[in-house]
Design a protein around this ligand. Structure first.
Ligand code: UD1
Ligand code: UDP
Length: 368
């Protein structure tokens, strides 16, 4: 049933909580604005202005309708607080459907609460698998996908993963990569960003995976290697709050001319920095995708990725767990010997429009 000239029963409710969620929410929220009543629930998983509020401003999103302000905590505490807050709100709001994004604790909590209340749940960025159950995100992905009614995938490998897990094909829709919608829209605006304070040529570094930063022996080894590599190429390192706390514990104070440690930056500035950088060294999920789209070399300090398309046809290389393995790749890149990659199928800026069509076709509507 089409939704044209029709009204949804309750609002569509988007649940977001962490930095990468806001970037995925923006294109869909803006795409649906004229036709659907919508509400945004921010769980408060991320709360620093630099991890949260700045993104709403830069991406043109309104203030969230609700903020659960759950803050940080252990996985069980954080997930439970989000679930308790969402259950109450969902009962009050009676959403026509709930839309969840990515693989963070807020995603898992929202899909669990929505499905127990029999509210249709749509998962944007479904089906990604690292096949590494030591990653908290992998557990979040597995459960969210089993519980969600509509699985919106960014790449064909994700469809295959879901089918292999016994999810029925009629719930799975290959819609493309929503992060690229935002990147595509914001790229022209990055021309206005002044990066005059950064070196002419540099490596952009981000690290925040618990497996890299939480254990001080591992982080100390990574830091030592970054210091050595910075002799070849200066580094700019916007530091995630989890990592900041761990680096402070180590007492890491590198020469700021070689490694510039800065606070997390807003999205526009970060994209401008990716564009200007010579190479990106990261363990982020989303940045593996953005570098592929920007055709920028990306060295991922992980043994696996839930985004294999970025290594198979994009510009990403998995370095593994050992930071010593970065050097030969960096040398290759500096010598101009690195793959250019290609942009994956349906990473074209129109993912939100494809999701809108699916929502229009769902029976979430009643005639006006
Ligand atoms: C979370 C997600 C991860 C995602 C990342 C994006 C889970 C399990 N993890 O990891 O998948 O890649 O977000 O950035 O959902 N902190 C602050 N200020 C903030 C937020 C966090 O200081 O605004 C600090 C707190 O000390 C907190 C720590 O960072 O304990 C970790 O935050 P948390 O949201 O639990 O996990 P992330 O590492 O951010
Ligand atoms: N990002 C940003 N500022 C920063 C670091 C990252 O805007 O200082 C953006 C980045 O461009 C990408 C997203 O944050 O769009 C990735 O989020 P993160 O690495 O925190 O999470 P993950 O993708 O690993 O879940």
């Amino acid at each position: 049933m089409m939704c044209h000239n029709a009204r949804v029963k309750g609002p569509l409710v988007h649940v977001v909580g962490a930095r990468p969620n806001f970037i995925k929410l923006a294109p869909l929220y803006l795409q649906l604005r004229d036709e659907f009543e919508q509400q945004i629930i921010h769980t408060g998983q991320h709360y620093d202005r630099r991890m949260s509020g700045d993104f709403f401003d830069v991406l043109g999103l309104p203030e969230p309708d609700h903020n659960l302000a759950v803050g940080s905590g252990s996985h069980a505490e954080q997930t439970a607080r989000i679930m308790m807050g969402l259950e109450k709100l969902f009962i009050e709001i009676s959403p026509a459907a709930v839309i969840v994004y990515g693989d963070v604790n807020s995603t898992l909590a929202a899909s669990l609460v929505a499905s127990k209340l029999l509210i249709p749940c749509l998962h944007v960025e479904a089906g990604l698998r690292s096949n590494d159950r030591t990653m908290p995100e992998e557990l979040n992905r597995l459960v969210t996908d089993q519980l969600s009614d509509v699985l919106l995938t960014p790449s064909r490998d994700a469809n295959e993963n879901l089918l292999r897990e016994g999810i029925s094909g009629d719930r799975i829709f290959f819609v493309g990569n929503i992060m690229i919608d935002t990147l595509n829209r914001m790229l022209p605006l990055t021309e206005t960003i002044d990066l005059g304070d950064l070196p002419d040529s540099f490596a952009l570094v981000t690290l925040h995976r618990p497996s890299n930063v939480d254990e001080s022996g591992k982080l100390s080894r990574i830091s030592e290697h970054l210091v050595q590599l910075s002799e070849l190429l200066p580094m700019v390192f916007p530091v995630h709050p989890r990592t900041r706390a761990c680096l402070d514990k180590l007492g890491f104070r590198p020469d700021s001319k070689r490694i510039k440690l800065i606070d997390p930056v807003d999205y526009l500035r970060f994209i401008a920095m990716q564009k200007k950088s010579r190479v990106v060294i990261t363990d982020s999920g989303g940045i593996q995708e953005e570098t592929t789209y920007l055709r920028k070399p990306c060295l991922t300090l992980r043994p696996n990725t839930e985004r294999p398309v970025t290594t198979e046809i994009g510009t990403n290389t998995l370095i593994g767990d050992d930071p010593a393995a970065i050097l030969p790749h960096l040398e290759n890149i500096l010598a101009g010997n690195y793959k250019l990659g290609q942009v994956p199928e349906l990473w074209d800026g129109d993912t939100a429009a494809r999701i809108k069509k699916i929502l229009q076709d769902m029976s979430l509507c009643e005639p006006k």
